[in-house]
Ligand binder design. Structure first.
Ligand SMILES: NC(=O)c1ccc[n+]([C@@H]2O[C@H](COP(=O)([O-])OP(=O)(O)OC[C@H]3O[C@@H](n4cnc5c(N)ncnc54)[C@H](O)[C@@H]3O)[C@@H](O)[C@H]2O)c1
Length: 335
């Protein structure tokens, strides 16, 4: 018999199997959910629940939090990392306890970055475009082997480290830079002395750092000028790390061999939308999407069955722990 209840908002079709899996494994918890976002109006759906599980771009504003608190619900578990859309002052005032899922599958993002790196080097997009038109000639679409590249990894956290392993599996020489060096990697001799050294030595530069203010536009006219001719830049991290206009200039001049972007500085409201029957809102992005040496994906590096399952299961685990009065695995500082 269930003696607790968790209500989940904005559950997508691809998350539903994992919600059901968690529900089956927890007969003591009554699990209910909706595909609707959490708003001041929809909050009432959670009436009678001990906690809520959520994931949305939409703000968790004061009225929304108040609506939950009015029903006695102050335990909220995010299925994602980011907490900047929560009114933290209000959450603190109402005594909210909040959790997130900071690490759900580093491999999902690292693998995507590695696949796109290999595709750029082998010019697969240009070849696919030729084949599509019936042009089956080899030249000039010649590939570069990964093992011939120096791959520079900026940020050796959870994702950067997996990317390093995959690139080494291909036989690349891997070098790295991190503001906070990992002692194991340091012992193994991966780190160069400065980020400028990395820019100068690497054929492929892959970014795996957060977009904290000091990292915003770290890829710009000046840093691109330091890079080798025919360098490749891979950004599966955060759009704000890259000055997109600088990259466009370097693609036009032929300085860069290619560019991988899973994230884009103006992606909010554009990615994860269907533009087929609507006017596309961003000319610069449209241009990049149609270049043979640019691989655009709409922030889908994380989007795997493994990652989505972890986001759901870990969020429900966190919420259940809070309901039981235990310390959840990944609490968020409120206030
Ligand atoms: N494309 C996607 O779908 C997707 C999904 C998840 C995460 N990401 C992005 O990938 C990036 C890396 O994620 P992670 O899980 O490996 O993070 P992490 O925290 O494990 O690693 C980040 C690394 O960056 C380093 N770093 C460099 N400069 C820093 C600075 N100025 N301040 C703080 N740390 C600095 C840290 O020392 C750390 O080693 C994040 O920016 C995240 O936003 C992208």
């Amino acid at each position: 018999m269930a003696n607790k209840k968790i209500f989940a908002f904005s559950i997508r079709k691809d998350e539903e199997p994992y919600v059901k899996e968690w529900d089956e494994q927890h007969p003591e918890v009554d699990v209910e959910y909706t595909d609707e976002l959490l708003t001041p109006e929809t909050a009432a759906k959670a009436k009678g629940a001990d906690g809520v599980v959520v994931y949305q771009q939409l703000d968790y504003k004061a009225e929304t939090l108040q609506a939950l608190a009015d029903m006695g619900i102050t335990k909220m578990s995010l299925r994602n990392v980011g907490v900047d859309n929560i009114d933290m002052d209000k959450a603190k005032e109402l005594g909210f306890e909040i959790t997130n899922v900071p690490v759900y599958s580093p491999n999902a993002i690292a693998e995507h970055a590695a696949i796109q790196t290999a595709r750029i080097l082998r010019q697969t997009k240009a070849l696919d475009e030729k084949i599509d038109k019936g042009d089956l000639r080899w030249a000039p679409t010649i590939g570069r082997e990964v093992r011939d590249q120096v791959v520079g990894v900026v940020g050796t956290g959870h994702i950067g480290r997996v990317y390093m392993q995959i690139m080494e599996g291909f036989g690349a020489k891997v070098i790295a830079y991190d503001k906070f060096e990992n002692p194991e990697l340091k012992k193994q001799g991966y780190y160069v002395d400065s980020i400028d050294d990395l820019y100068k030595q690497a054929d492929v530069i892959s970014l795996h750092v957060p977009a904290v203010p000091e990292n915003v536009n770290m890829i710009n006219d000046d840093t691109i000028a330091e890079m080798k001719d025919d360098a490749v830049i891979v950004n599966c991290s955060r759009g704000a790390l890259v000055d997109t206009d600088a990259v466009v200039k370097a693609l036009d001049s032929g300085k860069l061999f290619g560019f991988v972007m899973d994230t884009y500085e103006d992606e909010v409201g554009v990615f994860n939308e269907d533009w087929r029957d609507k006017k596309f809102p961003d000319d610069r992005l449209w241009d990049l999407m149609h270049r043979s040496n640019v691989l655009v994906t709409p922030h889908t590096a994380f989007y795997t069955t493994h990652a989505v399952r972890n986001m759901v299961i870990k969020a429900f685990d966190n919420n259940n722990e809070m309901i039981d009065g235990k310390e959840p695995e990944t609490p968020v500082k409120v206030g």
